[in-house]
Write a protein that binds this ligand. Structure first.
Ligand code: ZN
Length: 318
């Protein structure tokens, strides 16, 4: 693997004036996505592992760019129109081609709120029907909360879902001569989360199925139990490289340590408590300290809430 980290946003001088302005604006603020080239023409752009901010345009997540003979494929479109434009700058810098296809791996804001920008630019936006349904359900709440953070940088952002919808669990696409698979295993961080798999390169863009370096977040919509089974299923693909939804480019061992082991701790710990209906306070008292995961960023902020939300969901399923 070639590790090439640089300030991507200073490298845009070859691009058109508008894109250069967008790029320079980001460089001036000190914000940068970290670039890794995983194989010829397959790139990861890694955002910060902290929260959304005005400075980071809500790009606190990872994105993918795949070069093809007929244009670039972008994996996830960013959290806003402006964020989408910044990802377009990166795609042009890395491939010298326009973004012709966008694939959404999930329904969280930074996975899809840039779709409208790319559809206006003529790209085909591709999502699973289950992903698109969750996006639509969440759109208003996401717009309301993100507008408070991004302020004027959120202007003109519209919730636009895909114009090519995928059905079924395992879909093979041929985009510009590249074979690209989309797999839906089970509902995970959000209902309808999918992964993007490049079988010939053994590279997995895992979306929010996998968090590395930072603790994953179990939200009210997350299903820890099916997320764990989805995680087991993606392991069976046998990836050499995993681009997680958040955190560094990894292999299966890191993904297991930072995501799989944590999901197993949550599910296996909470299930018997939920069956006994011990109550959420008792569940948090028993599982609210997990020092083996305290090395992960955001542990203090997220772990106890994860326990309580996973408990409530599993108890409701009894
Ligand atoms: Zn995420």
């Amino acid at each position: 693997m070639i590790n090439h980290a640089c300030n991507l946003f200073r490298c845009a001088v070859r691009l058109s004036i508008g894109l250069v302005f967008a790029s320079q604006a980001l460089a001036d603020e000190g914000f940068k996505l970290v670039h890794h080239e995983l194989a010829g023409g397959v790139h990861a752009l890694l955002g910060p592992i902290g929260g959304r901010s005005h400075e980071n345009h809500g790009l606190n997540a990872n994105f993918g760019i795949i070069d093809t003979a007929e244009g670039a494929v972008l994996i996830d479109s960013g959290a806003s129109l402006q964020g989408a434009r910044l990802l377009e700058v990166e795609a042009a810098r890395l491939t010298a081609k326009p973004v012709r296809w966008v694939i959404n791996t999930g329904a969280q804001d930074h996975r899809w709120l840039g779709n409208g920008y790319f559809r206006n630019r003529g790209a085909e936006v591709i999502a699973h029907t289950l992903t698109a349904a969750t996006q639509q359900r969440n759109a208003h709440a996401q717009l309301d909360s993100l507008r408070l953070v991004l302020k004027e940088r959120f202007d003109d952002t519209k919730p636009v879902t895909a114009n090519r919808l995928l059905e079924g669990a395992h879909i093979t696409l041929n985009l510009g001569g590249r074979q690209i698979e989309v797999h839906y295993f089970a509902d995970a961080h959000f209902p309808g989360d999918v992964v993007v798999w490049l079988p010939d390169k053994r590279i997995l863009f895992a979306g929010d199925h996998v968090y590395v370096d930072r603790l994953l977040g179990i939200l009210p919509q997350s299903n820890a139990e099916t997320w764990l089974s989805a995680f087991e299923a993606l392991k069976a693909l046998g990836p050499d490289h995993i681009v997680p939804g958040h955190g560094s480019v990894s292999d299966l061992g890191r993904a297991q340590a930072d995501t799989g082991d944590y999901l197993a701790f949550i599910v296996n710990g909470i299930k018997p408590l939920a069956e006994d209906m011990v109550g959420v306070d008792a569940a948090v008292a028993q599982l609210g300290d997990a020092p083996q995961f305290a090395r992960l960023a955001n542990y203090e902020e997220l772990h106890r809430g994860n326990v309580s939300r996973a408990y409530l969901r599993l108890e409701a399923a009894q």
